[in-house]
Each structure stands twice: as structure tokens, then as C-alpha cells.
Design a protein. Structure first.
Ligand code: PSU
Ligand code: MN
Length: 340
């Protein structure tokens, strides 16, 4: 025992829980209904790279059956890059860190299983208590990733400040959560249904580093490689990305990091076209008052853009999340080597 560890150790002896002891084991000992997939548990116990994956994209972000095929292919892309996928969601009120194939199918079957909750931080307690199925947003997925000790999380789009957010106050809980979960979140930026400038301002206020991953410091806009905004930081390899996470970890900093990976180049042209449909969907949402429906706003917009583009947006969405999964796995692998 080193001298500098004494205060924390004393707290533990005295029966107090410090933040860093608030771990998965403690939660399970308190009776929290959490099941960690054996493969994920094994990888975590041996310091092997694990990538967390969310499920709101499955339950509320894509239509069946593309939601299922995409979730499977994202897991495959993680594996192909030498990391273990941990797709996170809730089944009958139990938190699953690493869904089994049948559980993933159950969540994806949105046409039959219509009572699946979109779970952000505020919904976790109720979803568990009422024993419901749930797809976790970035915010809830971040919470469970930290609990399990997973350092990297790959997704398509992070939530953000909605357009008109200065009036509606619709700011995704994802942003605050990223400021208090020390996880590297890999996304294709934020979707242009959002106010990208204000989202970046808000992340700055919250102290969340935004890092463009690739050849430029452009901040990507989901379907397109550039949003017109720049990231404060840029890296172009997994080792540099991992060193950012590791430096913050060494200092005991609790904030997360956003890595923004542009969609592959061949989708850029169609991305420009999709943007027009995004604007149409936004105007409709405003006219119908959808932007005042809380958690339903984002799923409605995603669905409407899909309809307006006759599925073309879906192909881009699949491609970009497969891409972030590959990058996430490489960063997780580089991080596991640093943390050894
Ligand atoms: N953006 C997408 N697809 C999605 C989401 C966002 O392009 O599926 C999901 C993510 O799970 C994200 C959530 O965490 O929507 C944000 O919802 P809200 O804006 O209600 O916070
Ligand atoms: Mn919202």
C-alpha cells in the first residue's frame, strides 16, 4: 500500500464507498439485475479489448430487419478488428452487457415486441423495476460501459442540441452523460437533424474533448464528411486516440471523449442529397409539433428521413456504423496495450 492510497483505503475500511469502488461487483452484490456475457466477462478480466454497442439504434433507430442485420454486422466488424463486442440492452428488466443472439433478435423484432422502451439515464430505474425490455441510448450505454469497465463505445450518431434547442431546451442527455463517463465514444459525428454548432459549444462547456479521427479536423455530420465546423483535436491512428484516453485515465479524470469518424468517402455524394430530406423532415416535425414530444423527436426524424429518401439514408447509416465499429475496435485494442 502506497502512502497516497491511504485516504481512499481508510474510507473503504470505514465502510465508505468512493467513486472508483462503485463497480460492477458492488452493484451485483447489492442485487442489481445485471448479466455480463461470459465472453465479455472473460475479456474484461484479462484486459482484452472490448467495445460497447448501444441498442436504441436497434429498437428505435432503424426498421426491421435491417436493425438486426446491422447489429450483427457491427459485432462482426468489431471481432474482425480483434476486440470483443458487448451489445448492451435490457431484457425483462435485466441489464445485459453482451446480448445473446436470441436476446438481440427479441429487441430487434419491433413489429411484434412493440413495448420496448427507449432507455436514457432517467429511464433505467423504471425499466428495471417494471421488468420491461429496453434499447439503451448512448447515455444509458455509457453508464453500463463504465460500470463494466469498458473503455470504448462505438455508435452511429451521438445525440445533441436539437435545432431550436435554445427555445425547446431539447438537449440530449447523451451530452451530460459523456461528461461524466470516462469512455471513448466513437461516432460519425452528430446528425444534421441537430444544431451541430451548439452541440459542439455545449460539449466544450461540459469539458468533453472532441477529436476528429482521420485526415482532417473537420467535424463530420453523420451522412456527410464535413459539417462546416472544426474539431479542436485530430488524430489519424488508433494509438494516438488511445493515448488521449489513457492520459485522462492516469489523471483520474472522469469525463469521456468523443471521437468523430467521417462516413467512408463513397457515401459523400449521396450524403449531400440526403441532407435535403433532412431539412424537409425537420420542417414537418416543427409544423406537427413533433419537436415538443420529448424522447419521440429523434426516432420520428430518423424514420421520416428514411421514408423521404426511400431507404437510401439507411444504407449510409449502416455503412457509417460498421466503420465506427472498426475504428472503435482498433482504439480499444491500442488502449488495452497501453493499460497493461
Ligand atoms: N442518432 C442516430 N441514430 C440513433 C440515435 C441517434 O442517427 O439511433 C439514438 C442514439 O441511441 C442516441 C439517441 O443516443 O438516439 C438520442 O436520443 P435523444 O435525442 O432523444 O436524446
Ligand atoms: Mn430530447
Amino acid at each position: 500500500l502506497r502512502l497516497y492510497q491511504l485516504p481512499r483505503q481508510c474510507l473503504r475500511w470505514a465502510g465508505y464507498r468512493t467513486l472508483s469502488t462503485y463497480t460492477l461487483r458492488d452493484a451485483v452484490q447489492r442485487g442489481a439485475p445485471i448479466d455480463v456475457h461470459p465472453e465479455v466477462q472473460d475479456a474484461l478480466a484479462h484486459g482484452q479489448p472490448v467495445v460497447a454497442l448501444e441498442t436504441t439504434i436497434v429498437t428505435h433507430g432503424m426498421p426491421y430487419p435491417t436493425n438486426l442485420t446491422t447489429a450483427r454486422s457491427v459485432e462482426k466488424n468489431v471481432r474482425a478488428n480483434e476486440a470483443i463486442p458487448a451489445t448492451i440492452g435490457l431484457i425483462q428488466g435485466r441489464v445485459k452487457i453482451g446480448l445473446r443472439p436470441a436476446e438481440l433478435e427479441r429487441l430487434a423484432d419491433v413489429e411484434t415486441n412493440t413495448d420496448v422502451v427507449k432507455v436514457s439515464r432517467r429511464d433505467i430505474g423504471a425499466t428495471i423495476a417494471l421488468k420491461k425490455d429496453g434499447g439503451t441510448t448512448c447515455s444509458a450505454t455509457l453508464i453500463f460501459a463504465v460500470l463494466a469497465g469498458i473503455k470504448v463505445f462505438a455508435t452511429g450518431g451521438l445525440g445533441g442540441v436539437h435545432r431550436g434547442g435554445e427555445n425547446t431546451m431539447d438537449v440530449s442527455a447523451d451530452l451530460h452523460e459523456l461528461s461524466r463517463c470516462s469512455v471513448g465514444l466513437v461516432s460519425a459525428g452528430v446528425k444534421s437533424i441537430l444544431d451541430i454548432g451548439r452541440t459542439l459549444e455545449y460539449l466544450e462547456t461540459l469539458g468533453v474533448p472532441v477529436v476528429s479521427y482521420g485526415e482532417t479536423n473537420d467535424f463530420p455530420a453523420f451522412y456527410t464528411r464535413k459539417s462546416g465546423f472544426k474539431s479542436p483535436w485530430q488524430v489519424s491512428d488508433p494509438a494516438s486516440a488511445a493515448r488521449i484516453l489513457h492520459s485522462q485515465q492516469q489523471l483520474g479524470m472522469s469525463n469521456g471523449t468523443l471521437f468523430a469518424v467521417p462516413i467512408p468517402e463513397k457515401y459523400e455524394a449521396v450524403g449531400q442529397k440526403l441532407q435535403e430530406s433532412v431539412e424537409v423532415a425537420l420542417a414537418e416535425a416543427e409544423q406537427k409539433g413533433i419537436n415538443r414530444l420529448g424522447k419521440e423527436a429523434t426516432p420520428w426524424l430518423l424514420k421520416r428521413v428514411g421514408e423521404l429518401t426511400e431507404g437510401k439514408s439507411l444504407a449510409s447509416n449502416v455503412a457509417l456504423i460498421e466503420n465506427t465499429a472498426r475504428v472503435g475496435a482498433r482504439i480499444a485494442k491500442a488502449y488495452s496495450q497501453l493499460a497493461k
